[in-house]
Design a protein around this ligand. Structure first.
Ligand code: EPZ
Length: 431
């Protein structure tokens, strides 16, 4: 398994570019299942989760070509004939977002067999709200042997009120409703920019949708959707990660290719900690020359402070003067990074959903273990300011959602390199 070796102490200086949003690309790729015509997506990040999704759709009979070379961030998906509308446990267990194929498959093929995702490092991650929503649209659902089977001659529009705000639940049912008969009204929807980006693609494909990005979405079902071309929005969490890196290392970093409109909660919070930033329409310049001050956060659904930036923010608070209280409201087990930060010298106490961080504590490099995607990012950030060398194991977690993060960080002065698995050399074959 690959590792990162990072030597801390360098301020990040210069320009770093943000890629396409993984969490918009995943539902947009799933949306291609809704039509037998090609869907072309631009600004697709080259990360593991996209590769997993490619495998998932290919296994169903779709043709998914990922562009390389100049067109390397483009994918063309053709779902002319879907031989088996299934998502196997082997793939779903590696990526929970595979459940995003459930709604599109039932809507397009009249049936779907998708492995239940099971839990993951950050929580139980149930999909009961996806299932309840599909039942509201007339799908017949059975669950056995770890799979959920859904079927419907044709889904019927209806009223859905989500008990809890769910991002992929909103996306799954939004896609299902586009081909249902009649109108669907969904309330208490997720308002994340990624939901809106998916709706924009679906509208280009001929769907009739109003209100995406707000908590009430109306969909008028149509009989057929056609192909389309769409560019994925920038990744606001990758942008947040780099902005925090610039602040934490006391650098002067220009984060380009992002959308500051999607970063309001983070930018307001960073102001509170004394970090100066300057925004343009597609960039955020962060200047970390002020000493950092403690500031509390509570993670909330969008537009609140994003749970996906909580771990990265925790790394920042270890270097802020004072006590910061971090409340994680979305997932029940999303403090795995805390113990690794403590091993590097941070002062963090976990009390249920709250982490109490007392700073400023000098960090020292150590051998640490990545546990999930955003926890890994948090360890990279801590290593950038730690004294000495940090070795982060299991960086495949970070490869799920960050494209070439070590090259991007090296490009702005970080001392980071990837060491692959030193495989035993194959014995020379005797001639
Ligand atoms: C999406 O996950 C993101 N993933 C996550 O990003 C992100 O952390 C999360 O939204 C919250 O913003 C993708 O978009 C692919 P939820 P999702 O359904 O949709 C509970 C990353 O790091 N819930 O909004 O799975 C659930 O347990 C990943 O990129 C139910 O109870 O999250 C959680 O407590 C990690 N029943 C809360 O709702 C359901 O049927 C929010 O989950 C569904 C969810």
């Amino acid at each position: 398994m690959d590792k990162f070796v990072i030597r801390g102490g360098n301020p990040l200086l210069g320009t770093i570019r943000v890629g396409g949003a993984k969490n918009a690309a995943l539902p947009c790729i799933a949306a291609a299942l809704l039509t037998d015509e090609p869907v072309i997506l631009e600004n697709i990040p080259q990360v593991r989760d996209i590769e997993t999704t490619r495998k998932l759709l290919t296994a169903m009979g779709a043709e998914v070509e990922l562009g390389y070379g100049r067109a390397q961030h483009r994918t063309t998906i053709s779902c002319r004939n879907l031989a088996s509308p299934e998502a196997s446990y082997e793939l779903v267990k590696t990526m929970r977002a595979s459940t995003l194929v459930l709604g599109p498959l039932v809507a397009r093929c009249g049936r779907a067999r998708v492995s239940l995702p099971g839990g993951c490092a950050i929580g139980a991650r149930p999909i009961d709200l996806h299932i309840k929503g599909l039942e509201r649209l007339g799908a017949k659902i059975t669950q056995d042997h770890g799979y959920v089977e859904a079927s419907a001659e044709r889904l019927k529009g209806g009223e859905i009120v989500f008990d809890k705000i769910t991002v992929t639940g909103t996306e799954d049912l939004l896609m299902a409703a586009t081909l249902a008969e009649g109108e669907t009204i969904m309330q208490n929807c997720a308002r994340e920019p990624e939901v809106e980006d998916l709706a924009n693609l679906l509208i280009k494909m001929g769907a009739q949708i109003e209100g995406a990005g707000t908590s009430t979405i109306r969909i008028k079902g149509v009989n057929k959707l056609h192909g389309a071309k769409h560019a994925i929005i920038p990744d606001r969490i990758e942008a947040a990660t780099f902005i925090i890196a610039g602040a934490l290392t006391g650098g002067d970093l220009n984060v380009v290719g992002c959308d500051p409109q999607h970063l309001g909660a983070l930018l307001r919070k960073l102001e509170e900690t004394g970090v100066k930033t300057k925004q343009t329409a597609d960039s955020v310049r962060v200047m970390g020359d002020n000493p950092l001050k403690a500031a509390d956060i509570v993670t909330e659904e969008y537009p609140g402070f994003p749970t996906d930036a909580q771990a990265q923010y925790m790394a920042l608070t270890t270097q802020a003067e004072g006590t910061s209280i971090i409340t994680e409201n979305i997932f029940e087990n999303r403090f795995m990074h805390a113990q690794e930060l403590v091993r590097m010298g941070a002062n963090i106490k976990i009390e249920g959903r709250r982490a109490i961080v007392r700073g400023k504590s000098p960090l020292s490099g150590a051998a640490v273990l990545a546990s999930d995607l955003r926890a890994s990012a948090s360890l990279v950030l801590a290593a950038l300011v730690a004294d000495g060398e940090t070795i982060i194991d299991r960086v495949y977690h970070i490869d799920r959602g960050y494209e070439n993060i070590e090259e991007k960080l090296r490009g702005v002065g970080a001392q980071i390199r990837r060491i692959g698995e030193i495989l035993p050399k194959k014995a020379a074959v005797r001639a």
